[in-house]
Design a protein around this ligand. Structure first.
Ligand code: SAH
Ligand code: SF4
Ligand code: F3S
Length: 441
């Protein structure tokens, strides 16, 4: 049997796309290889959000090239956002790549690899041929948790961001299709779904008038499905977070008490240059409304340091915002100029050492607060969805709370079960405890 190996970079959207890529390869009769060394078809699903994923991909590709030199029949396929961004020069840069495809052309991968994965045709790109996940063969990574795509593309114009260029205009998937997919997943034993879109809060606005609806209604429809006990979504854009979605979060039992709400910067001046279309006060006000409506809400965020023109004063405003909101978790990034984006051409690019220094200062604050927030959970009993053995200690279990914190704990439960866990200790990133005797969940 011929074998494939897929390496995935980037966000959850890409991870979900890789499930489709694997499903497609398996429908061609290929089996999954344990490592790249045993693979006849080596696939990379790339990310280009910052320079770092580009560099990581280049290092992996060099290794694949060496494998191909040793076994010339090996096929190298490069998909995803970097492939789309470099569509004009990818084959010039890497002549040993056999097939390349953008995030919109996964459905055609089978044609290019040929039946049985033998005949190789050079791929094409194309955002206009995009198709939603769910209508294609799918190799799901987990039995109890699933990603469900609700939209593709992004209509925002954040000045630093390359996603609109590589994923195209926003298109919402029809509500009937989303609900049908989740019902099917529930029958297959899935208990937690994560709805995926670049901006889930604008979902539905581009649908045909007779089915036009909005994200709050979708949450309610998902909540009504039997068997789905946890609903998450990512990412909401603060600018589109409206009252009906907040109300749906408050009223739907299955919607988890966790929101990833990208801040990007605490300086209104920078937010304007970033074209985020909200300012610091509006963001704070939204956080207040969310916390009023959803008690015990966990908040995560994304923050960029070193955006062009960022002064010490702007950066201090970001630090203050983190202190004020008190995030449970935060992804922190050094601004990375992306080809063709508005911000890449802005004056006042911040020198690298200063960006790094600011990142360090920010991470310190983020981690201190996250650790404090997690310590507040000690002594509480949390409902945990068991994911498997703990990564550091195979005798223990690992799972996640509704607030999306990872918990390592001692207990006897199996993967896929919802169990009560008494929290005994905390770090900035994880909790630990033991399965509680009394079933409270
Ligand atoms: N659509 C999502 C974000 C996708 S990208 C949203 O708007 O919520 C994930 C994160 O990467 C962004 O929130 C941002 O913080 C970061 N990011 C995007 N472009 C970047 C760049 N050029 N440099 C540094 N960080 C960037
Ligand atoms: Fe990028 Fe902004 Fe769209 Fe998010 S909302 S994908 S940051 S352009
Ligand atoms: Fe995601 Fe990276 Fe593309 S963050 S949308 S895989 S550029």
């Amino acid at each position: 049997m011929r074998r494939y190996h897929v390496t995935t970079f980037g966000c959850q959207m890409n991870a979900h796309d890789s499930e489709r890529i694997k499903g497609m390869l398996e429908s061609l009769g290929l089996g999954e290889a344990v490592s790249r060394h045993e693979a006849d078809v080596i696939v990379f699903n790339t990310c280009t959000i910052r320079e770092k994923p580009d560099q990581r991909f280049a290092a992996h590709l060099a290794q694949a090239r060496a494998l191909k030199q040793a076994a010339p029949g090996t096929v190298i396929a490069v998909g995803g956002c970097y492939a789309e961004a470099q569509r004009e020069r990818l084959f010039d840069l890497y002549p040993y790549v056999d097939v390349a495809f953008g995030p919109g052309s996964i459905p055609h991968l089978a044609d290019w690899l040929g039946v049985g994965g033998t005949g190789v045709a050079r791929g094409r790109f194309g955002l206009d041929e995009r198709e939603f996940a769910g209508e294609l063969p799918m190799h799901r990574e987990r039995a109890f948790q699933a990603w469900v795509q609700v939209s593709m593309g992004c209509n925002s114009k954040c000045s630093y961001c390359i996603v609109p260029a590589v994923r195209g205009r926003e298109q919402s998937r029809r509500p009937g299709e989303i609900v049908a997919e989740i019902s099917r997943l529930a029958r297959e034993g899935v208990r937690e779904v994560t709805l995926l879109g670049q901006n889930v809060n604008s979902w539905g606005r581009d649908l045909a008038p007779e089915i036009r609806t909005e994200f709050g209604e979708l949450l309610r429809a998902c909540d009504a499905l039997d068997g789905i006990e946890r609903i998450r979504f990512t990412s909401p854009h603060p600018k589109d977070f409206r009252e009906p979605v907040i109300a749906a979060m408050a009223e739907c039992a299955a919607v988890c008490e966790h929101i990833h709400l990208p801040l990007q910067s605490g300086s209104s001046r920078l937010l304007k240059l970033m074209r985020r279309t909200y300012d610091r006060d509006r963001y704070f006000h939204l956080v207040e409304r969310l916390r009023d409506a959803v008690p015990d809400l966990a908040l995560g965020t994304d923050i960029i340091v070193g955006f062009p023109g960022e002064t010490e004063k702007d950066f201090s405003a970001t630090l203050e915002a983190v202190e004020e909101v008190r995030y449970d978790s935060a992804f922190t990034f050094i601004y990375s100029p992306r080809r063709g984006t508005e911000a890449a051409a802005m004056p006042g690019q911040v020198p690298e050492p200063l960006k790094h220094e600011r990142l360090e200062r920010l991470v310190e604050v983020v981690q201190r607060i996250a650790a404090e927030r997690n310590r507040e959970r000690i002594g509480l009993v949390e409902e945990v969805l068991v994911e498997g053995p703990s990564r550091t200690d195979l005798a223990r279990l690992r799972g996640r709370t509704r607030r999306n914190t990872t918990v390592n704990f001692s207990g006897t439960a199996s993967a896929g079960e919802l169990v009560p866990v008494e929290i005994e200790a905390a770090t900035s990133a994880t909790l630990s405890g033991r399965q509680a005797a009394l079933v409270a969940a």
